[in-house]
Design a protein around this ligand. Structure first.
Ligand SMILES: *Cc1c(COP(=O)(O)O)cnc(C)c1O
Length: 378
């Protein structure tokens, strides 16, 4: 009998039964049914609550990468000087997206095992700050590092630089204060901490960002990635394309689950802290040296074992899926996602118990038991 594994990966995450049922609701024609415009806007309002913003929020029909690319396509013009804040794989990759739209990209490179050093960035910006905008990543999912966007975005704004923040793996797991921290575009995805099905991205757009979009010299070279055409969707009762209504039903329900309980930040803090402490106590080494993420933990793979051995034994013997990483971290680390619906003591306990069993079966010596330490730290 095929049973679905418990997916303890850093996205996609487990989806609650209520969210799956919400997706199965009967649909209307989302372009013609006036009620759907209300429903769409209500869903955006729930996201505004989560993001702590009064600015506009849009939900787009595509995975997180669409949000990232739409922001670049809509704000960047050929020849623009862009700062790419790079302390990881996603951070670096953001620069490549900016280049697609003709940007001249300058990199501020940080230590890949640490959170962005705000003092260093400040020194850098004192020498060079002629940038139209900066791209940055809130949580570097492959390395498990959360960047201090609360300090970086106001610093950028101080120098007149707009920010585009990829918060795909942080929203719903870390605090995000879009207005207070002066973040211009903040984008997320449905399949990480929100624990809805993969397929949606959403973003907040500040007034400054709208100004840039509306006062371009050249037209936006895309239709699907053009944020400008969304500006008056509600007033005009017009969507640029047919809305993914079933996915939005699911997202709306997932947001209710998060907002009604309201304890998601504390829960992510507590579980993440317990996981890290348990792994360290048992003698394993975390990849980050600081800036530990509350949504994903990245652990170096001991020399005596390979990623495939861990992955396969976790899956075959325990029916639990954990992740590796890619690029320069391929085969070097394993990643445990404690995002959204995955971020509960019971799921983490069985995951760590399975990992403890797999490592010991392959002859790795641990000081004590991962799952027992985890319980101690809860
Ligand atoms: C998951 C994620 C995305 C979306 O990318 P996919 O690999 O297609 O899921 C974008 N940015 C970050 C930081 C992510 O974690």
């Amino acid at each position: 009998i095929l049973t679905k594994p418990l997916i303890m990966t850093p996205g996609p995450t487990e989806i609650h039964e209520d969210v799956r049922k919400a997706m199965a609701q009967d649909i209307t024609n989302p372009d013609l049914d006036i009620n759907f415009y209300e429903y769409y806007r209500e869903s955006c309002n729930k996201l505004k609550k989560l993001l702590n913003t009064k600015e506009d929020v849009l939900i787009l029909d595509g995975e997180g990468i669409l949000g990232l690319e739409a922001a670049c396509a809509s704000l960047i013009e050929a020849g623009d000087r862009i700062l790419c804040i790079d302390n990881g794989i996603f951070g670096h990759g953001f620069g490549d997206f900016a280049k697609i739209y003709g940007a001249e990209v300058v990199y501020f490179k940080g230590d890949y095992r640490k959170a962005v050093d705000v003092d260093e960035l400040e020194k850098f910006l004192e020498k060079d700050n002629e940038f139209k905008l900066a791209t940055l990543v809130h949580c570097e999912t492959p390395s498990g590092i959360t960047n201090p966007v609360d300090k970086i975005c106001p610093l950028l704004r101080k120098h007149g630089i707009i920010s585009i923040v990829d918060s795909v793996s942080a929203i719903g797991g870390e605090r995000v204060e879009v207005d207070k921290w002066q973040m211009d575009i903040v984008l997320g995805g449905s399949q990480k901490c929100l624990s809805a099905a993969p397929g949606l991205t959403f973003l907040s757009i500040s007034e400054e960002a709208w100004n840039i979009i509306e006062n371009r010299q050249t037209p936006i070279a895309s239709f699907y990635c053009n944020l400008g055409i969304w500006k008056n969707y509600y007033e005009d009762k017009w969507f640029p394309y047919t809305q993914p209504i079933s996915h939005i039903y699911g997202l709306n329900c997932a947001l209710d689950r998060i907002l009604e309980k309201g304890d998601y930040i504390e829960r992510h803090n507590k579980i993440a802290n317990g996981v890290r402490k348990a792994l360290k106590q048992a003698g394993l080494e975390l990849y980050p040296l600081d800036g530990y993420s509350n949504t994903v933990t990245t652990v170096l793979i001991p020399e005596e074992i390979s990623f495939d051995e861990i992955f396969n034994s976790m899956l075959e013997d325990h029916n639990i899926m954990i992740a590796g990483a890619f690029d320069y971290l391929k085969d070097k680390v394993i990643r445990i996602g404690h995002m959204g619906e995955n971020c509960y003591e019971d799921k983490m306990y069985i995951t760590l118990k399975a990992l403890d069993n797999v490592l010991k079966k392959h002859g790795i010596k641990l000081n004590g038991s991962l799952h027992k330490y985890f319980v101690d730290f809860m």
